[in-house]
Design a protein around this ligand. Structure first.
Ligand SMILES: [Ca+2]
Ligand SMILES: [Ca+2]
Length: 352
């Protein structure tokens, strides 16, 4: 490896004579010197090396065109290539850097090729339908009823009135079962049918294991269920686990005293700075906390203030709601549509 100094401009300092570096008026021939020698010239302090062209011309040859300037000739000298720059340029072309660069390029290409190959292999070999939730490619006979039947949502209060009181009811639905089968429905999802003050269309429940008198009674429900199953229809009940009505006996007990056995079944907290515990907003608007002057604390409600949230970190609540599902499943209900599942748990330690 050598640096070829060609087209060298040599400017003599008039005071220094011209014996060493030649004369500007008679350009010297190109001269081969080693890069170490080139930087030594600079290090001696009388000249500066100015890189005019840096050309890489092949695997081995690297031509660095350097102009050598006398410091004094330029009135203090012009700024040229520094010692560090010259060394760096030389070092960058050494075999160590060259082979390192090539190695990195080859490694990068190999990595890219490997990633592409791995991706194609993974996509090709992955099972296209890994679980029962992926039903598109399963044969129909392997699908479960809730995966393949048409589901009809029936709102009991307006669906069919059987006794002329102006409200739909269970017997009204029972009288229309042929309609479901005629149109190809295989499953009927009933909106809430439980005893409720109906502040929120029946999604505020004060008894999870009975039928609202508006719709009939438990015997009416059993009759409906029996007739539906005879026709091959499945039934889904609306399950509302997040909150009860404020009229539910559980909440009445919970709000009665801070020492109540069901106090922890709901989410109670002290106020803060004269207001609610934090700035959480309910789905229905306004603060998600309601002050209860019976015990001087706030209770949390993700929806209306008449729908206090249950505390699912309490084992008693978990067991009670399991019993609710078991009650209906034991009657023969096929399944549930779960309401507001994403609201089940809250982190009350959060500031906002
Ligand atoms: Ca009715
Ligand atoms: Ca909740």
């Amino acid at each position: 490896m050598s640096l070829s100094i060609s087209d060298v401009e040599r400017e003599l300092d008039p005071g220094e004579g011209n014996g060493t570096l030649g004369d500007k008026s008679s350009p010297p021939d190109s001269e081969e010197i080693s890069p170490v020698d080139a930087v030594k010239l600079q290090a001696e302090g009388d000249v500066e090396l100015v890189v005019e062209e840096d050309a890489y011309s092949g695997d081995e040859d690297h031509t660095l065109l350097i102009a050598v300037h006398s410091k004094q000739a330029g009135g203090g000298g012009k700024k040229g290539a520094s010692l560090l720059s010259a060394e760096t340029l030389f070092e960058r072309d050494s075999w160590r850097y060259r082979y390192t660069r090539r190695g990195l390029v080859v490694a990068g290409l190999a990595l890219l090729l490997g990633l592409v190959t791995a991706s194609i292999t993974l996509i090709t070999l992955s099972p296209s339908c890994p679980s029962t939730s992926c039903t598109a490619e399963l044969p129909a006979e392997e699908l479960l009823w809730w995966q393949k039947t048409v589901i009809y949502q029936a709102y009991p209060r307006s669906y069919q009135d059987s006794n002329g009181d102006g409200n739909g009811d269970l017997n009204g639905i029972r009288s229309r079962l042929d309609y479901f089968t005629d149109i190809g429905v295989g499953t009927v999802w009933l909106n809430p049918i439980y005893p409720s003050p109906h502040m929120d269309n029946g999604y505020d429940i004060f008894n999870y294991t009975d039928i609202d008198p508006l719709y009939g009674d438990l015997q009416d429900f059993k009759d409906l269920l029996e007739d539906m199953h005879k026709k091959g229809l499945h039934i889904l009940l609306d399950f509302i686990p997040n909150h009860t009505s404020e009229d539910h006996p559980w909440f009445k007990e919970s709000r009665s005293s801070q020492n109540s056995s069901k106090r922890d079944w709901y989410l109670w907290a002290d106020g803060k700075d004269g207001g609610p515990p934090n700035h959480w907003i309910s789905v229905f608007g306004g603060s998600a906390w309601a002050y209860d002057d019976v015990t001087g604390q706030y209770y949390y409600h993700a929806f209306g203030d008449f729908q206090p949230d249950l505390n699912y970190r309490n084992p008693g609540v978990q067991e009670a709601m399991k019993d609710v599902m078991k009650f209906w499943l034991d009657l023969g209900v096929d399944g549930f549509r779960v309401d507001a599942a994403i609201f089940l748990l809250e982190d009350l330690r959060a500031e906002e």
